[in-house]
Structures are given as structure tokens and as C-alpha cells.
Design a protein around this ligand. Structure first.
Ligand SMILES: [Fe+2]
Ligand SMILES: [Fe+2]
Length: 324
């Protein structure tokens, strides 16, 4: 962060600060109007409905794989419960990292600014989300899923080494991926009402987080040096791999009696799954290319290997699956 602010010329600084404060004030008004208390606003006592999914079938990692075809309906529904838990546990881990990065981002900004005031508001949102997610996982009665040791180590490195633009890019990566999946689920009546209500709260509050991060990232990338940009590109590509690996823990397959190695391989090779992930990231990748977060060939190859971005010349069929 400091590196970026140090590169800001004296002439541009007042304009940037004004712009930053205008965004923050707008988001503070939105936060005052639309903030929820999941503990009191959701019905945590209602039992789950037997006939409803926890993840819409088309968004389950194995949908349309050879394994899926051999699974019973009961096993598919059970997998949806475990995948919901895995996505939710990953969401909590991502939010913990984001809260840490947001606090680091604030170092050096005046505590009287609306930019800082809004960041505290966002951290408070994330605290409520993580508590809400934890409560959902407890109600799902699954194991607590989480990243493996290699990805945990990378998350720790990100928390420690990310510059401010890298932190904002990582935040967007997680928030926009989850947001796309959540918007596909919120109005889907085949999905458990409690899951949809949790998701609705998250969508509304995350929309302003995305706005904050996008606008600030655009400002900072404009001011960054070539070396700082290359660092952001590398770190974001690396995080794309971690996020893609962490979202669905291989242990969910164990939980429903499947071989995790086979299941991971089939999910990764499945054209439908690739369509889902590419569709989810399409809008963000366009933005990242525009502001210079995805630029050099090395960063691109990290993105390709994450499975979140289609390789050039690969069959691009984004959003074509009937349910997407
Ligand atoms: Fe959140
Ligand atoms: Fe957020």
C-alpha cells in the first residue's frame, strides 16, 4: 500500500483522495441501509427439508461426470450437503485472510477518513458472515473442511507478503467467484431455504465489498510501478490456484464413499465443471485484464493451471450449459 501511495504524484494525490472518500461515503450509506443480523433474522431452528439440495445439482463438482452417472440420487444429495459445507468453510478461511489484509491495508491512512471508516464496516460485515457460515456448517452436521497444509501455507504467505493491490485482487477473486455461485443459487427453489437465506444476506453485503475493492484496485494499479504490477500479477495467479483447489475439499468425496483421487480428476476434466468455473470468473478476468492484474505470460499460465481461465484455443463454451 505504502509503495503505491509513494508513487502517487503530488498533483494527483488530492484527486485520488477525494475519489476514495466519495466511494467510501457512498458505501457507508449503503451499509447503513442494508446490513443484516443473521442471528436474529434467520430461522436457525427449522429442520432441513429431505427433498431439497444444499448445492444446486448443476453446480456440484461432479455433475455430468462418469462418476455422477453411477451415483444414486441419495448419494448426490449427500454430496451436495458436504460440498455446501466445504464451500462455506472455505468462505470462512478466505474471509479471515481478507479481514487480516484489510487491516493491513489501513495502516497509514488517517483514522478520521471515510475510507478507513468504511473498511471497519466491511470487517464487521465479514465477522458477521463468518459467524453465520460457522453456524450453517454446524447445522449441516458435516466435518469441518479446510485447505490442506500446502494451501494454508500459501494463505499465510499471502497474508504476510501481499501489497495492498495484491490484497484487493485476492479479495475480488474470492468475492466474485462466490458471488457468481451464490446468485445462481439464491432464487433456486430446489435448494434448502436456510441455505438460500444465508446466501441472500451474503450477496447484498458483498456487493459493496466488490465495489470498494474494484475502485481501489483500479486507482492503485494506475499508480503502481512495473515491478509492483508484476508482483500483483504473480501473487494473484498463485491465489487463483489456491482458491480453485480449496473450494471443494477432496475429503467431501470420502464422506460419500467415493475415491477422492478419481473424483478430483473427473471433476477437473469435466467440460461442464470447466464451463461453471469459467463462467463464474469471466467478468472478473475481463476486469483484471483491463486494470493489468492479468497481463504477463507467467501470470496467465498460473491462471490456466488454476482451471479458472480457459486456455487459448480451448473449447470456449462459457455459460452454454443449459443450467448456467
Ligand atoms: Fe463475506
Ligand atoms: Fe467481503
Amino acid at each position: 500500500m505504502h509503495a503505491q501511495r509513494n508513487t502517487t504524484s503530488h498533483r494527483n494525490r488530492p484527486v485520488l483522495e477525494r475519489d476514495r472518500e466519495t466511494t467510501a461515503r457512498r458505501l457507508l450509506v449503503a451499509s447503513a441501509r442494508h446490513s443484516s443480523d443473521p442471528d436474529t433474522e434467520l430461522d436457525w431452528t427449522a429442520p432441513f427439508e429431505d427433498s431439497k439440495w444444499y448445492v444446486a445439482p448443476e453446480l456440484i463438482s461432479l455433475y455430468k461426470t462418469p462418476l455422477w452417472e453411477r451415483m444414486s440420487e441419495e448419494q448426490r444429495m449427500e454430496l451436495s450437503r458436504h460440498e455446501r459445507a466445504s464451500i462455506t468453510c472455505s468462505g470462512i478461511w478466505f474471509e479471515q485472510i481478507l479481514m487480516h489484509l484489510l487491516l493491513r491495508h489501513l495502516d497509514g491512512f488517517p483514522c478520521t477518513s471515510d475510507h478507513v471508516r468504511y473498511a471497519y464496516t466491511e470487517i464487521a460485515d465479514e465477522c458477521r458472515h463468518s459467524m453465520m457460515f460457522g453456524r450453517l456448517v454446524r447445522k449441516l452436521e458435516t466435518p469441518v473442511y479446510g485447505a490442506g497444509p500446502r494451501d494454508r501455507a500459501q494463505g499465510w504467505l499471502l497474508k504476510t507478503l501481499a501489497t495492498s493491490p495484491a490484497a484487493l485482487a485476492a479479495a475480488l477473486l474470492v468475492e466474485e467467484l462466490l458471488d457468481w455461485l451464490e446468485r445462481k443459487t439464491a432464487e433456486d427453489e430446489r435448494v434448502q431455504p436456510l441455505v438460500r437465506n444465508v446466501i441472500r444476506i451474503h450477496i447484498i453485503e458483498e456487493a459493496r465489498h466488490v465495489r470498494y475493492a474494484r475502485e481501489e484496485l483500479r486507482r492503485q494499479m494506475r499508480q503502481a510501478t512495473a515491478a509492483e504490477r508484476a508482483y500483483v500479477q504473480f501473487l494473484t495467479g498463485q491465489m487463483a490456484r489456491v482458491v480453485a483447489r480449496t473450494l471443494i475439499s477432496p475429503s467431501v468425496y470420502n464422506a460419500v464413499g467415493l475415491d477422492p483421487r478419481t473424483a478430483v480428476k473427473e471433476a477437473r476434466r469435466c467440460p461442464h465443471r470447466q464451463d461453471v468455473l469459467h463462467s463464474a470468473m469471466k467478468r472478473l478476468i475481463t476486469f483484471f485484464e483491463e486494470v493489468g492484474v492479468i497481463h504477463n505470460p507467467a501470470a496467465r499460465s498460473l491462471w490456466y493451471s488454476s482451471g479458472l481461465m480457459p486456455r487459448p484455443g480451448a473449447r470456449v463454451k462459457v455459460g452454454s450449459s443449459a443450467a448456467l
